[in-house]
Design a protein around this ligand. Structure first.
Ligand SMILES: Nc1ncnc2c1ncn2[C@@H]1O[C@H](COP(=O)(O)OP(=O)(O)OC[C@H]2O[C@H](OP(=O)(O)O)[C@H](O)[C@@H]2O)[C@@H](O)[C@H]1O
Length: 293
């Protein structure tokens, strides 16, 4: 396969007497503005400042045939026009030494690399989960039998009695085996007192609670789908104009459900965050509050 010229050389006029592809009259010296690339189908592509031009394939069919290059060592006395130096990308594309034909696909145009999907970020923070600003979303792990009997769930029941009734009746209308691995987003009820209004995110990570909880190795695998369901519900609520502020959680599953926090956190951080046209609606980071690390 023809190798691209090893060194940059001065360009002269092409056979048709016009300026060369780079618009540079012959005799001028210039550096690192032009290079040839050999594409995978053996076409010699002229890359001028990132602008590829087909110049010549092996059988010399192309219409542009460049005269021979000569070595162009810039002479000291000649005033060099102060061109902004090529960016890293341009350098890569205009210097034959540093680019390879694999960098420029057959079309000669570099295609943007697909952005890797972003995954959920969990940030650990010492503090009280309930010190959250108005309209925050507070997430905790729930059983599917409608009981907030112990641990942080008991605190939720004391602070949000009406929201508890929503959770309880939701469980009553469903079967645990269908509920586990899903979530319930509860909007704040009207508050008679001055208490802050918070959205509550219930993650159904175990069919039963307390001592009848699911096995510790089952709970993490049910936590992933439950959180994905909750993220979807939050994004949907926000797209309908619900003003859900920051989203925070406690170290779910790490108390009554006896699952080490690192295990749950690892599952959560594999969750892909689905984007939509307004990134603001999507939750891509959740702060996990614990009273003491
Ligand atoms: N104010 C606060 N701020 C920040 N963090 C706080 C806090 N208060 C407590 N924590 C911590 O929050 C973590 C969660 O630990 P938890 O044991 O509560 O919940 P879990 O997710 O393991 O288990 C769920 C089942 O527990 C319940 O009990 P029942 O089944 O009803 O009996 C439910 O209903 C479920 O079923 C632990 O690190 C606590 O230190």
């Amino acid at each position: 396969m023809t190798q691209p010229p090893k060194k940059k050389q001065r360009i002269s006029q092409d056979d048709h007497g016009q300026e060369d592809a780079a618009g540079v009259a012959s005799g001028q010296k210039w550096t690192s503005k032009i290079a040839f690339e050999i594409t995978s189908n053996n076409h010699r592509v002229l890359v001028v400042e990132g602008e590829p031009k087909l110049v010549q394939n092996d059988d010399g069919e192309a219409d542009l045939s460049f005269a021979e290059f000569e070595d162009s060592e810039p002479e000291a006395e000649e005033p060099q026009t102060q061109q902004p130096g090529p960016t890293g990308e341009e350098k890569r594309s205009t210097s034959p030494d540093s680019t390879s034909s694999s960098d420029i696909p057959a079309t000669g145009l570099s295609t943007p690399k697909p952005k890797p999907p972003s995954t959920l970020r969990i940030v650990d923070q010492v503090g009280d989960l309930f010190d959250a600003p108005e309209k925050s979303g507070l997430i905790h792990a729930c059983n599917c039998v409608g009981s907030w009997g112990a641990g942080i769930a008991k605190t939720f029941k004391d602070l949000y009695p009406e929201e508890y009734l929503v959770y309880h009746s939701w469980c009553e209308q469903s079967l645990s085996q269908y509920l586990v691995g899903t979530a319930l987003l509860i909007a704040p009820r009207e508050k008679k007192d001055k208490k802050k209004k918070h959205y509550i995110g219930c993650l159904f990570t175990s069919k039963r609670g307390g001592k009848q909880r699911d096995k510790p190795d089952q709970i993490p695998s049910q936590t992933g789908p439950a959180m994905r369901d909750l993220l979807r519900q939050i994004a949907e609520a926000r797209s309908k104009g619900k003003d859900i502020a920051e989203v925070r959680m406690c170290l779910i599953n790490s108390g009554v459900f006896a699952v080490p926090w690192d295990q749950t956190k690892k599952v959560l951080e594999t969750l892909e965050v689905f984007g939509d046209e307004e990134e603001g609606r999507v939750v891509d980071e959740i702060v996990a509050y614990s009273r003491a690390l």
